[in-house]
Design a protein around this ligand. Structure first.
Ligand code: GAP
Length: 453
């Protein structure tokens, strides 16, 4: 049976991610750790660009949002109050034939009979609840009293610190608290590369408001988040907003949207935007006995604020960025013969390396010196890559494959050898159009900065 085109494309992406150092399987040399991934030199830059841009537009460019960075180790009382200890579970069944542990909602069905998706076996155990939280012990004792959890979402530390942050930031409603950080879930079936992992990162905003503003801010944040994805190069046509039906929403939520993306393995959630009402703060108020009330100086009222939460996955967005960027086209090789070119068409804002710098010949000290001068000029402002080895076309291809949007070549015209008027000019190549323009070295930084921010 031949592999469908999207699966083939997915295989190519996974292979490129390894070959060029975006994403590796965790503990690969020991057979791999299921549901965990390591980001290589380019992956970590891509991830950072994403997180930095989210932080910039969510925190730095707004007056009404502040940030925090909470601990991963979480007091069990926090997760009891939030409902995670009791209810953060997936229904699980075991296949008695192949011994697979399966999520009950991922079984296949034939003529109304549930089957194991691995072996087709029909001898399945009854569903039982499996808690997804990772439990650990603090200190030397390993009894009930020392239990702690690795947080299953970053949100709870925001709720728990709400009062402290309100006091120190002196914000008035509506205002938000943002956090980017790791979360852990013992997923029954980690799958689809990094899409469903056991260790992953979230970018979460808890936006506190008055009860009567909840629905309005739910709409507002859904639109803001869609705009965010467009601004990092994920087109609106590949994004879909699912209104989560009443019977599938958390019981305390008055409205939830899933922002979905057309991954190569199907349409799946990238982010949830949920109006969580005053549930979380009220739960922590009740359980801790500490007030989470906000005093409105204008109306002299005290109340527990409501919250709207846009919660995005870093790893899923990185995967969407890579999937969206991957393309193959035809480009001439050294001898003018057309060959297949792999290009990651990242938005320049997201690209791990912004500019390649190439002296035309590596054995010409003047060309090399000029190229290194350009590296020193650009490096404080962006990630650059110096490459002097191989034919210039090959060097371009290597950067195209990792998505470097711009390339600067230092040639004999830069040295003013052919025409003195061209001295200290370089060619600036665009990855997507492959067009080259001649620019003055003194204008280069300003031109590139404008295109990458
Ligand atoms: N605080 C709300 C919350 O955690 P969620 O829908 O469970 O909501 C939010 O998670 C986002 O976190 C998801 O939309 C997804 O992008 C990411 N995420 C959740 N579980 C994940 C997993 N196992 N692997 C990778 N990303 C995950």
């Amino acid at each position: 049976m031949s592999t469908p085109p999207d699966a083939q494309r997915m295989e190519k992406i996974v292979s490129l991610c390894k070959r060029r150092g975006f994403i590796f399987q965790s503990s690969e040399i020991y057979g791999g750790l299921n549901g965990a991934w390591d980001y290589g030199p380019l992956g970590v830059e891509l991830k950072r660009n994403l997180k930095n841009y989210w932080w910039r537009v969510t925190v730095h460019e707004r007056d009404d949002v502040v940030g925090m960075d909470g601990s991963i180790l979480t007091h069990p009382a926090v997760l009891k109050a939030s409902g995670h200890v009791e209810g953060f579970s997936d229904p699980m069944v075991d296949c008695r034939a192949c011994k697979a542990h399966l999520r009950a909602d991922q079984l296949t069905e034939k003529k109304g009979v549930k089957q194991c998706p691995n072996c087709g076996g029909k001898d399945l155990t009854a569903p039982r609840q499996f808690n997804l939280m990772f439990e650990t012990h603090l200190g030397a004792a390993t009894d009930e009293s020392s239990i702690a959890y690795l947080r299953p979402e970053t949100a709870q530390s925001i709720f728990v610190q709400f009062k402290n942050i309100l006091e120190v930031s002196r914000k008035k409603l509506p205002f938000g608290i943002a956090q980017i950080g790791k979360a852990f879930r013992n997923e029954i079936n980690p799958r689809n590369f990094t899409f469903r992992s056991r260790e992953f990162e979230q970018m979460e905003l808890e936006y506190f408001c008055r009860a009567e503003q909840g629905m309005e801010f739910l709409e507002y944040w859904k639109e803001e988040r869609l705009r965010f994805y467009e601004n990092i190069g994920i087109p609106r046509s590949k994004l879909h907003v699912l209104t989560v039906p009443d019977d599938e929403r958390a019981f305390y939520s008055k409205g939830t949207y899933d922002i979905e993306y057309d991954f190569l393995f199907g349409r799946h959630e990238l982010e949830g935007v949920a109006y969580r009402t005053d549930y979380d703060l009220s739960q922590h108020q009740k359980a801790s006995g500490k007030s989470f009330e906000y005093f409105d100086e204008e109306t002299k009222q005290r109340f527990v604020p409501h919250v709207v939460e846009p919660s995005a996955g870093v790893d899923r967005t990185v995967l969407a960025l890579i999937s969206e960027a991957y393309s193959e086209d035809q480009a001439p090789d050294e001898k003018g013969k057309m060959e297949t070119r792999i290009v990651l068409r990242f938005h320049p804002r997201m690209a791990p390396v912004k500019c390649g710098v190439y002296p035309l010949l590596k054995n010409n000290p003047q060309l090399v010196a000029k190229a290194k001068e350009i590296i020193s000029l650009l490096r404080p402002h962006m990630t650059v890559f110096y490459d002097e080895s191989g034919a210039i076309g090959r060097r371009y291809r290597r950067q195209d494959e990792i998505g470097t949007p711009f390339g600067v070549t230092v040639d004999f015209e830069t040295l003013g050898e052919k025409d003195f008027a061209l001295r200290d000019t370089v060619t600036l190549r665009d990855r997507d159009s492959m067009k080259q323009e001649r620019v003055a070295m003194q204008d280069l930084l300003a031109i590139l900065r404008e295109r990458i921010t």
